[in-house]
Design a binder for this molecule. Structure first.
Ligand code: ATP
Ligand code: MG
Length: 391
């Protein structure tokens, strides 16, 4: 029955001169995501992206994909009709009847509303007239009643330049902005609950994310499945992702030998930023993402965040900073990373640290202790050897 999918985007419309660029990125992203789905063509028309589908299009599959693409505010499956009021009337009733028959709550659809949109300003009827005329026709041919405030079903009659689309039942997308319009960021991905959620939040603000995970294989020889699975889940939102798994054991060996246990965690994290910066340079990324949330754990006191972030020369984005743990967990469940995040995995940040790590890190003291570390050669070699996997 359906002939097209009508995709709406929201924030892009606010972006003035950048709008054509943003629209192009969104269209390319959608095209890439649906390349394995059967359809006829994709094009832009009057502030919407339209996918022309055919009888072989897997509607469920395409729906699942579109729901996850940042920048898509909502979308509808639609039927195309000629711009002729009589034909529009008939098609609307036909669709309504089909919809009622399909509906398992079918006796619940008792009221409707016609919502006309008219981007073709030359069309012979204005929107209120279309509402009235199509509505009247539906009233004559069905048992349905009009309810303009809380209808059981709202039918949109969208008169464009070439043809008219009739559609109902909105599927919500995740909104935000298309991945790629903001440039690249390196996400420090730990395998915990927080950093995947933080990465998702920055994707929907237009960033393309490169993932970096630091791993000490002497404490974790369970393979990299957990980390790769997390990245795989996040790739549903941004498409293929690069993941660097960087061996961290040599750095930790040096830190453990020379740094008191109280300060190790702070220094682990400072070194992570130094290494991530070398990767950011390679990848032309403009900043970092972490899953930090203020006061959640010892590394996230105001003092420690200050000392840790001080080691980076690029901006650090921590979108969860003001969120509560439960809010983060709810979002992790929604983006389907939660179940993977809670699988057993020892993060190297907690390796051989004091039972009560420093919560009020002192920058001067930390910088002094760091002077003893000989890691620049190791860093150069390890980062030179690091090759990303595409997931
Ligand atoms: P998460 O739930 O993201 O693991 P957390 O609450 O456990 O965070 P920490 O372990 O202190 O807190 O980590 C804080 C942040 O440091 C993480 O969100 C992540 O961005 C970064 N991080 C920690 N460990 C690693 C790691 N092994 N590799 C890459 N980044 C890491
Ligand atoms: Mg963690």
């Amino acid at each position: 029955m359906y002939t097209h999918i009508i995709i709406h985007y929201d924030e892009i419309t606010l972006k003035g001169g950048n709008r054509p660029f943003f629209e192009r990125v969104l269209m390319n992203n959608i095209r890439e995501f649906i390349k394995d789905v059967e359809y006829n063509k994709i094009y832009k028309e009057g502030g919407k992206i339209i996918v022309e589908i055919n009888k072989d299009t897997d509607l469920e599959k395409i729906k699942e994909i579109l729901k996850n693409i940042p920048g898509v505010s909502n979308f509808y499956f639609a039927v195309s009709e000629e711009k002729d009021l009589e034909k529009i009337n008939k098609k609307t009733v036909e669709l309504l009847i089909l919809r009622q028959a399909q509906d398992d709550r079918n006796d619940k659809i008792k009221t409707f509303k016609i919502e006309a949109r008219r981007s073709d300003k030359k069309f012979e009827f204005k929107s209120p007239e279309i509402n009235a005329k199509v509505g009247e026709f539906v009233l004559e041919r069905t048992e349905l009643k009009v309810d303009v405030h809380q209808p059981d079903l709202e039918m949109i009659v969208d008169v464009g330049n070439k043809n008219c689309f009739i559609y109902f039942e909105k599927t919500k997308g995740i909104g935000g902005l298309p991945v790629g319009i903001a440039g690249k960021l390196v996400s420090l991905l730990s395998g915990g609950i927080d950093s995947p959620v933080a990465s998702f939040m920055m994707m929907k603000r237009g960033a393309k994310i490169i993932f970096v995970h630091f791993k000490n294989k002497t404490i974790n020889n369970t393979g990299d499945d957990k980390i790769k699975n997390l990245v795989r889940k996040l790739s549903c939102f941004q498409g293929k992702s690069k993941l660097y798994i960087v061996p961290f054991e040599e750095f930790q060996k040096e830190i453990i030998a020379k740094i008191p246990s109280k300060n190790r965690m702070i220094i682990y994290r400072r070194i992570m930023f130094k290494l991530a910066e070398m990767i950011a340079k390679k990848e032309n990324a403009k900043g970092f993402i972490t899953g930090d949330s203020l006061s959640q754990v010892a590394s996230q006191t105001l003092e420690n965040i200050g000392v840790i972030y001080n080691s980076a020369n690029l901006p650090i984005f921590s979108p969860l900073i003001g969120m509560n743990k439960q809010e983060i967990i709810d979002l992790a469940a929604k983006i389907k990373t939660y179940k993977t995040s809670i699988l057993q995995y020892q993060d190297c940040c907690s390796f051989l640290i004091a039972k009560h790590p420093e919560t009020r890190g002192n920058l001067e003291e930390i910088l002094k202790q760091e002077e003893n570390l000989e890691i620049s050669k190791i860093a150069e070699r390890i980062i030179n050897e690091a090759k990303p996997e595409i997931i």
